[in-house]
Design a binder for this molecule. Structure first.
Ligand SMILES: [Zn+2]
Length: 435
């Protein structure tokens, strides 16, 4: 497989007339710059290395346009639990296929799916990892690269038992979760090279202190590990009251902070938390459109990056599926809280969207030798991007400006009209009791 790119945006740099060759797994094995356009290669105009979505819950997509009137994060969570309660493996496969198709159409070539709807509503197991394999099937059908972040979820809050709506998220204990994770890993290893298994601790709310290091120590060091961290001040208050430590302080005390850890949101952090995450070389996955929608607050992205934390972005609740808007939202949040422009410049935004996201998912950087041949072609002369310098397109483009998407060396395409109609049918069916 060969792809030729006239103008390649990669690693915050512009490369001209690049020919990339991939092997049968879709991994780049050769690169030639200054190359004439070959007649037998897919030819792209202006293209970026693929974007990696560092944090997604595919099923939250059903809440788009249904929750935006009032309430708090906690009232939104009640609606999300209701949607989760209606998922079956077949519904989950159908819905996630469409959501992943929307993502790849928007320019996300990889996704980290933070998955916790494991079991039947009463907590009993489906046979043969039905919910997990529904997501794997969905990614393969949609053509997106998937890192399935199977999530350990054991408690309803710090020192709290599970609520009835949380039973399907939970395993009997940390060792039961680990057994299920290893069993699933063996199954996923037999699937396409575009699907891998990672892991997540839901949060310090849902995973008791004694289980944190058990998970971290039992997983192979190459496996990416994610956790929701300090999205809400209430989590910090509960952690301080119960443990005498912030959530970050608790993770540090338990030895969980490391370069393979990605902390999601990282909104309400102390200076000591920021320093600890920086010393560890962890990744922080910001989800700016979700954090704005839920009224979470604005996390200290610039301070984290300056302390040594790698930044990435994710679509989280999928009320918006657009890597450009996540990147723009990251810089917009910085400007609003600091009243200064250019806190995260466009070169850094490109790196965050592509290289940072891949690092969060334990994937090699794309569109270079040893990495996946994943590319997003952008229209530089749309009504939005016309006149924009190529490097400044994170501040001008949107998902509507994506022309063609390449994953693993092959073009992936979905008809947006059919996709919209299918999403509407799928979501209406899930809510049919309400309409
Ligand atoms: Zn999340």
């Amino acid at each position: 497989m060969r792809v030729w790119v006239d103008t390649l945006l990669r690693g915050g740099e512009v490369h001209r007339r690049v020919l990339l060759e991939a092997d049968e797994t879709g991994t780049v094995v050769a690169e030639h710059t200054g190359s004439d356009r070959p007649t037998d290669a897919l030819a792209l105009g202006v293209a970026s290395a693929g974007f990696a979505n560092g944090h997604s819950h595919a099923f939250h997509r059903v809440l788009r346009g249904r929750t935006h009137v009032s309430g708090s994060f906690w009232t939104w969570r009640e609606l999300m639990y209701r949607a989760a309660g209606r998922l079956t493996p077949d519904r989950y496969r159908d819905l996630a296929t469409l959501v992943f198709a929307e993502m790849v159409t928007a320019g996300w070539t990889s996704v980290g799916e933070f998955h916790y709807v494991h079991h039947r509503p009463d907590g009993t197991a489906y046979p043969a990892h039905a919910m997990e394999l529904a997501l794997v099937d969905a990614a393969e059908t949609a053509g997106i690269r998937l890192v399935l972040l199977d999530t350990c979820y054991l408690a309803g809050g710090i020192g709290q038992p599970l609520g009835p709506e949380q039973r399907r998220f939970a395993d009997a204990g940390v060792h039961a979760w680990l057994d299920r994770w290893h069993d699933l890993q063996a199954l996923i290893a037999q699937r396409s090279p575009r699907v891998t298994l990672g892991a997540a601790l839901h949060s310090v709310r849902a995973v008791p202190r004694e289980a944190l290091s058990v998970v971290n120590d039992a997983l192979p060091g190459t496996v990416p590990l994610h956790i929701h961290l300090s999205e809400q001040t209430a989590e910090n208050e509960d952690s301080l009251a119960h443990y005498g430590l912030t959530p970050t302080g608790l993770l540090e005390a338990e030895g969980v902070l490391s370069p393979r850890l990605s902390v999601v949101h990282a909104t309400h952090l102390s200076p000591a938390d920021i320093a600890a995450l920086g010393r560890a070389g962890a990744t922080a996955v910001f989800c700016p459109t979700t954090e704005a929608d839920l009224g979470d607050g604005i996390g200290p992205a610039r301070e984290l990056a300056d302390a040594g934390v790698v930044l990435a972005v994710g679509s989280d609740q999928n009320a918006i599926v657009d890597p450009w808007l996540e990147l723009r939202g990251l810089e917009a949040g910085e400007r609003l809280r600091s009243r200064t422009r250019g806190r995260i410049d466009p070169v850094e935004l490109w790196r965050i969207g592509s290289d940072g996201g891949h690092r969060a998912l334990g994937l090699p950087e794309p569109a270079r030798v040893g990495g996946p041949l994943d590319l997003v072609e952008v229209d530089p002369r749309s009504v939005r991007t016309a006149g924009s310098a190529a490097m400044q397109m994170p501040l001008s483009a949107t998902a509507s400006d994506v022309r063609r998407v390449v994953v693993g060396g092959a073009q992936v395409a979905h008809d947006p009209v059919e996709l919209g109609a299918a999403l509407d049918r799928s979501i209406t069916e899930l809510f049919e009791e309400d309409v």
